[in-house]
Write a protein that binds this ligand. Structure first.
Ligand SMILES: *Cc1c(COP(=O)(O)O)cnc(C)c1O
Length: 428
């Protein structure tokens, strides 16, 4: 994984040893690389050079302030899905006029907040939302810029839980209804309908980028139809979804340049700004989750034995294996372990759930108690999806830059979790 490699026998993030960080902050912890974040952003941004575009990083993939500020300094806009994410992006210094607000269930309060912040625009997902936004904007005496999110009914060929562009998914307006709804939007007070949006799913790795090709072709046809109806569009929002390699070198995934070529071919001549909403692509391979082995246990059933490597990170810290059957590579932090004969094992956490695992039946080095391992490609949908289930405090996040590193979210303490509860009068 670029910017995570072995130096002097130890896995490093850029110029910093993960062993050193573990000694200082304890385990588990997330560790992100600035060079990896910047490299991915620049790769995508430069792939679209020469085409009017704006990269709006999808905050939900990793919303740490330090990550957002790193992106913002490169000129990134942001794609947010709640008032909370909008506040986060603003707090990290992202100009409001680079922020897009997406999501199927925005409340009127969230709409009002975003309108008052004067964000770049709303991606609207239903007729009901359009009416509500019109009424909120009118009450405030403002105009909300809108792109309709259209559901193209294409198969993103990804995991069912992260496919969004099929007609059975809750997202967007059916393709066939989009022209009529745009006509309606044109007549609504407080609404300027200036774009169309599609986001067909996440972790799309189809070699030929066929799902994107299909969606972009439909977007082009819709643009033509809307122009015939007299609509003046300003931008096309292509969503996110370009996948990353979770198996690292074994299976190269389509690159930003390939994606940009497909987008340009389909949409480049329309004279519209292209808005991109990448999440995972920018942060997935910029982070790891470092954990320490607590115990190793062999359980024997008949003649078959099963090895469990019990580590201090669990499904509450990284839920992707449990939720999406996701594969994450696991690397030993101590390089010498790679030379020992590997054994098949389950890497599991301490949470009281059978689904609490990081890897199942995986051939890995023979880890012993006390040793460190790194769960790779954990920068996206990792820390942001963590919970305190089993009263396990949220783990620290660390950002590395060259030889420097900083804790960008300290470990939560148990007392703070307990203190969130209140006893009713009859129990205190
Ligand atoms: C989740 C999401 C994204 C980002 O998806 P990635 O697969 O992480 O690139 C972009 N746009 C919308 C509307 C989303 O819901």
């Amino acid at each position: 994984m670029l910017h995570f490699d072995y130096r002097n026998g130890t896995l490093h993030a850029e110029g910093v040893s993960l062993t050193e960080i573990a000694a200082k902050v304890g385990t588990p912890f997330y560790c992100y690389s600035t060079a990896a974040l910047e490299g991915q952003y620049r790769a995508l941004d430069s792939a679209f050079a020469g085409t009017d575009h704006l990269v709006c990083y999808a905050v939900k993939a990793n919303s740490n302030q330090a990550v957002l500020a790193t992106m913002a300094r490169l000129g990134a806009g942001m794609d947010v899905v709640s008032a909370g994410e909008l506040k986060r992006a603003r707090a990290a210094g992202v100009p409001a006029d680079r922020i897009i607000f997406a999501g199927v269930g925005k409340t009127r309060d969230e709409m009002a907040y975003a309108i008052n912040e004067r964000i770049l625009g709303f991606n609207v997902e239903s007729a009901a939302e359009l009416d509500a936004l019109s009424s909120v904007a009118s009450e405030l005496g403002r105009t909300a810029r809108v792109a309709l999110r259209v559901n193209p009914d294409v198969d993103a060929k990804t995991h069912a839980k992260i496919s969004t562009g099929k007609s059975e998914n809750k997202f967007g307006i059916p393709y066939g209804q989009a022209p009529e709804l745009m006509d309606k939007a044109r007549g609504l007070p407080g609404i300027a309908a200036v774009g169309i949006h599609m986001h067909i799913g996440s972790q799309i790795t189809d070699k030929k980028l066929t799902p994107f090709r299909d969606a972009f072709r439909l977007m082009r046809e819709l643009t033509m139809e809307l122009r015939q109806r007299g609509h003046v569009l300003e931008h096309l929002d292509l969503g996110g979804g370009l996948g990353v390699s979770y198996t690292l070198d074994n299976q190269p995934t389509p690159q930003p340049a390939d994606y940009a070529a497909v987008a340009r071919e389909a949409l480049g001549d329309l004279g519209l700004k292209l808005v991109l909403e990448p999440g995972r692509l920018l942060v997935g391979n910029a982070g790891v989750l470092v954990s320490r082995v607590i115990f190793v246990k062999d359980s024997a059933k008949n003649v078959e034995s099963r090895r469990f490597t019990i580590v201090d990170a669990a499904m509450n810290d990284l839920i992707r294996p449990t939720l999406y059957e996701a594969h994450h590579e696991i690397w030993p932090v101590d390089a010498s372990l790679r030379d020992k004969p590997s054994i098949v094992q389950d890497v599991v956490g301490p949470v009281c759930e059978t689904g609490d695992y990081l890897a199942l039946e995986r051939r890995l080095p023979p880890f012993a108690a006390g040793e460190l391992l790194a769960v790779m490609t954990a920068g996206a949908y990792g820390a942001v999806m963590a919970s305190t289930y089993n009263t396990r405090p949220l783990v620290p996040e660390v950002l590395v830059r060259g030889k420097e590193w900083a804790v960008v979210r300290p470990r939560m303490d148990v007392e703070a979790i307990i203190a969130l509860d209140r006893l009713p009068g009859w129990l205190s």
